[in-house]
Design a protein around this ligand. Structure first.
Ligand SMILES: [Zn+2]
Length: 382
């Protein structure tokens, strides 16, 4: 899922915590839905509804906040496990019914990946069990408000734990399944199997949601499917691209424009050279990136007097020695069509999605014609 559609709320142990917009949509809906079924909810908890203080909507709001806190604790459990086992966590994004911990470096061994995946649901189930335990221990002690809150906090966490344990990749259960399969099948094949199982579950969720009239289940099915698909591509391209370095695929000596060139002149070059962007450089020093979109945003008359340096955006960069497999990730993160390859602040080349696809195709061709060798380092193909 696209975790960039979120905004940062705070930071825990250096990990930025972000909320995805879908989560913000779910919270008010949940508050409303819970308020609607307040009397039923009270009966389920074994508490007389009229003994509870506060209006139903306030309880709904409280449940929404409890869900938020429960998902956060669940994700922190994953991330803290990863941190303590040599992983690096880039961010946590809270989505509905779960979250995504983005790792820059995952734990290396499959067993650790399985434990990391298990850490979240285990924590949720432990909180659920603690809530129910406390309820039982204090049975008949009154304090209806507290009992009601405890009951629903417990229930939310049990649902969160059980749901995430379903072997529907990319949910936690699917990750555990993959880690178990990696031993016998290898990473790529194990991912493929886990992804297939995930897609089957997505189909089942969608069917159950459509026939049961449960809109949420349909949305979850959609996210599971997209997540499974995304992971499949990431893992397969990583496996194929292997150790290939940026220097081997980049376009060296890229065409550049100067910061003083007018937008109109740059537009003319785009037309004649069939380009959608130019790095902006001053005597080899990279200053930014000017895209066709940026040129078009300026009125035609103004283009003749506006210099490129004034409307260029920042250029996302990568080093020539970095792995090609990282290019796709940086392109996606920076939302840019191209990366500038730099040595210190000197521009030495550019690399785009197209270059990565070219690399993938050539690696495949190479594997079919020379099954054991790799693309020769320095054997530039452009
Ligand atoms: Zn989880």
């Amino acid at each position: 899922m696209n975790t960039r559609h979120g905004f940062r709320i705070f930071t825990v142990r250096g990990i930025p915590i972000r909320i995805h917009f879908t989560f913000l949509l779910v919270l008010p809906f949940l508050a409303w839905a819970f308020g609607q079924r307040f009397a039923d909810a009270a009966r389920l908890a074994g508490v007389p509804a009229d003994a509870l203080s506060g209006p139903p909507w306030a309880w709904g709001l409280l449940v929404a906040v409890a869900l938020f806190a429960s998902v956060l604790v669940h994700e922190l459990a994953h991330s803290l496990y990863a941190l303590s086992h040599g992983g690096k966590v880039r961010s946590i994004t809270l989505l509905m019914l779960g979250g995504v911990s983005e790792l820059t470096e995952a734990p290396q061994r499959p067993a650790q990946e399985a434990w990391m995946a298990l850490a979240g649901p285990a924590t949720s189930l432990a909180i659920g069990a603690a809530c129910y335990g406390l309820l039982r221990a204090t049975a008949g002690a009154g304090g209806f408000d507290a009992r009601f809150a405890l009951f629903y906090l417990g229930q939310l966490n049990v649902v969160l734990g059980v749901f995430n344990l379903l072997p529907a990749f990319p949910m936690d259960g699917g990750r555990i399944l993959r880690a178990v399969l990696v031993r016998s099948r290898g990473h790529a094949r194990a991912t493929q199997i886990a992804v297939t199982v995930g897609k089957v579950f997505a189909g089942l969720f969608a069917l159950a949601g459509l026939f049961g009239g449960n809109f949420f289940l349909v949305i979850i099915a959609f996210f599971v499917f997209i997540g499974a698909e995304g992971e499949q591509h990431a893992v397969l391209s990583r496996a194929v691209l292997g150790e290939l370095r940026v220097a081997e695929l980049m376009a060296s000596q890229p065409a550049v424009v100067a910061p003083g060139d007018t937008l109109y002149a740059v537009g003319e070059r785009m037309i004649h050279e069939k380009r959608l962007y130019f790095p902006v450089a001053d005597q080899g020093r990279l200053l930014g990136l000017l895209t066709l979109d940026a040129v078009e945003r300026v009125q035609l008359d103004d283009r003749k007097v506006t210099p490129a340096g004034k409307v260029m955006g920042p250029a996302a960069t990568i080093a020539a020695g970095d792995r090609v497999a990282d290019v796709l990730r940086v392109l996606a993160e920076q939302r840019t069509p191209v990366l500038a390859v730099v040595d210190q602040d000197r521009l030495v080349g550019t690399v785009s999605r197209f270059d990565v696809v070219r690399g993938l195709r050539l690696q495949e061709l190479l594997a079919s014609q020379h099954p054991v060798a790799g693309l020769a380092p320095g054997g530039r193909s452009a």
